[in-house]
Ligand binder design. Structure first.
Ligand SMILES: NC(=O)NCCC[C@H](N)C(=O)O
Length: 253
């Protein structure tokens, strides 16, 4: 049974970092309800969720995906590109170790956020941008290369993370909203979607795609391709540049 790590939002969520968009007020209570619906959607599609202990002093702690990169039986614990987010990693590390994963670390001066890492089979795209630096990508490559991964750096300058710009469909096609993708030719296959958040899918298995309610035209596009979107409203997290991918770490076993 696949497992997803999640972390409950902090009551201080509204103080989370905002970099590429304008800050708008966040309703922390609505966010908790949206988070619960996100967790329910994972569980309804056969995922077991495991909660990483809450870290209320870190407003962005709910964006758990950024704390690590999981590949095979190895969890590479990230060193956040934003200083404020560094304390988030320790409890995430303990939880993933408790799930039986081996542990490696990105070390200073490397920085890396899990949101910058897009895995497609053995190809691992790493976004080089505001949060992840060359040394972080080099260390990730060294950690994953023995497992057969091919880590490739790609530029990210228009959005927070690589996976804010692109994710991939089950067949490996990279999807993105073109105005926000630095270099669509960096990917072996690329398909444009009509909305920014339409570029964000979590592969739930059996052709199901977890997607944000803010991307109705992309939902229709993927339905027309034979996929089954599972739609959740994550509007309060989108105000902090979060997306469906960053609210969980998927452990596919
Ligand atoms: N992987 C992700 O897309 N994470 C979103 C992180 C948002 C948070 N406000 C941040 O700026 O770090």
């Amino acid at each position: 049974m696949p497992t997803a790590l999640v972390r409950r939002p902090s009551p201080r969520l509204a103080d989370g970092l905002v970099t590429h968009i304008e800050r708008t007020p966040v309703d922390a209570e609505l966010a908790v309800r949206q988070w619960q619906q996100y967790v329910d959607a994972l569980e309804a599609t056969g995922w077991t969720t495991v909660e990483v202990p809450a870290i209320d002093e870190c407003p962005d702690g709910v964006f758990i995906e950024d704390t690590m990169v999981v590949y095979g039986d190895l969890a590479v614990i990230a060193r956040a590109g934003a200083d404020e987010r560094r304390p988030e990693a320790a409890t995430a590390e303990a939880t993933v170790a408790g799930q039986g994963y081996r542990i490696a670390h990105i070390e200073e001066p490397g920085t890396l956020d899990g949101g910058d890492i897009l895995k497609i089979g053995s190809i691992v795209y790493a976004g080089l941008g505001g949060r992840t630096n060359e040394e972080g990508i080099r260390q990730l490559g060294a950690a994953l290369q023995p497992l057969g991964a091919d880590v490739r750096a790609v530029p990210v300058s228009k959005v927070l993370h690589l996976k804010s710009a692109v994710t991939a469909l089950p067949d490996g096609t990279v999807i993105g909203y073109e105005p926000l993708v630095d270099d669509p030719t960096a990917f072996e296959a690329f398909k444009a979607v009509p909305e920014e958040s339409g570029a964000h899918v979590v592969l739930l298995g059996e052709g199901r795609l977890l997607m944000a309610a803010s991307a109705p035209r992309s939902v229709e596009l993927f339905k027309g391709m034979g996929y089954t979107p599972v739609v959740v409203d994550i509007g309060e997290f989108e105000k902090l540049e979060g997306c469906v991918t960053c609210l969980s770490v998927r452990l596919r076993g």
